[in-house]
Write a protein that binds this ligand. Sequence first.
Ligand code: SAH
Ligand code: SF4
Length: 419
Amino acid sequence: MNVSDTEIVWSILQAAGYDKTDSSAHADVILVMTCAIRDRAETKIWNKLTHYRGLKRSRSQKKNFPPLQIGILGCMAERLKSELVEKERSVDLVAGPDSYRDLPRLLATASLTGQPAINVALSLDETYADIVPVRMSADGVTAYVSIMRGCDNMCTYCIVPFTRGRERSRPIESILAEVGHLSEQGVKEVTLLGQNVNSYRDTTSSDSDPNAQTITAKGFSTVYKPKRGGLRFAHLLDRVASVDPEMRIRFTSPHPKDFPDEVLEVIRSRPNICCSLHLPAQSGNDRVLERMRRGYTRRSYLDLVERVRRVLPSVALSSDFICGFCGETDSEFEDTLSLIRQVGFNTAYLFAYSMREKTTAHRRYQDDVPPEVKQRRLVAMVSTFREEAATLNKSLVGKQQTVLVEGVSLFFVILIFRL
Ligand code: SAH
Ligand code: SF4
């Protein structure tokens, strides 16, 4: 998502006359796109800022150069707001995820006044639908297309609804136009993006039935009332897949509740939609899932996996898991390991819980699992996942698959260099 947002920012700045440089030492402006999901993501940014503060100081000693401007964009900017400039005086600009259109003005204001410029207003309808992103990937084989922003789910551990705001979707016609354009440019794979990508619902289209209700997967519930009207994800997916039958379609990051049968049927009927689904589980224990407010039980998650495998027998599954959430006992954690074993994921993103201010968990629960226990559980999740993934991978030995060559891997480059 941050790569995609950076492409949007590039487009806005390019239109305002800014140019790219490939070295921070030559830059007049350094903008840092940030994440706030875990504390570690923010620590990395604070470390970077120490380095940029040094660059700013040495720039100020050079004659005939404008002062270096430093800006913080994205979720950390949204979370910390003016606290950022109070803590780090070298920061000139703070812009949240919905204020990128305002960047040229913010840069000019900071430069004119010498005071930090801040815009962290969240929007109910900003989707940057009309902005044509300036692609970061030079190879042009793959591309991201942002289709929705924000999240209405309010899982108790998660900062996203506070940093990204309410859920809103980009009109279908502008998505189809962008995908069509990418196909003409020779892009071979498009990944549709959103914080809750399969909650997509375009309410602007006249084709939609105003009474049609969003359908969730069986056994899943939401914190909000069922939404009505709008074109749903299944419709979008089908239309996107028909733009260019040779173009691979992926999407991330979905929520398991938004995988009703209609979505699975579209994936089955369209060979160019990659048969690889992300089903973030977070935990394998019902009490933990309840405390997380995920809206499902272990049983309903497993039923979904079974339905997915019935409709898409060759599906590759991936997931996200958090260990050490507030109050998680050893035996509750064992249920997470057993779920990882039972399902068998091809890929997994595994995290130790990081308490975030503002979230329900911060208000209601204690971050009471000691760091060393979180770490030990993380290691256990990684090794359990790897054992299962190795078995799945072995079952593919000797099979033929169509692959997309995205580029030369760094590992390969290092090998060549060493030879
Ligand atoms: N919308 C997606 C996930 C987006 S956030 C979903 O609901 O599945 C990406 C992942 O970060 C989450 O799936 C979760 O595993 C992890 N995550 C979110 N908040 C976290 C926290 N406070 N500590 C550790 N991991 C967290
Ligand atoms: Fe965070 Fe995903 Fe839950 Fe939204 S659905 S609050 S992004 S974990």
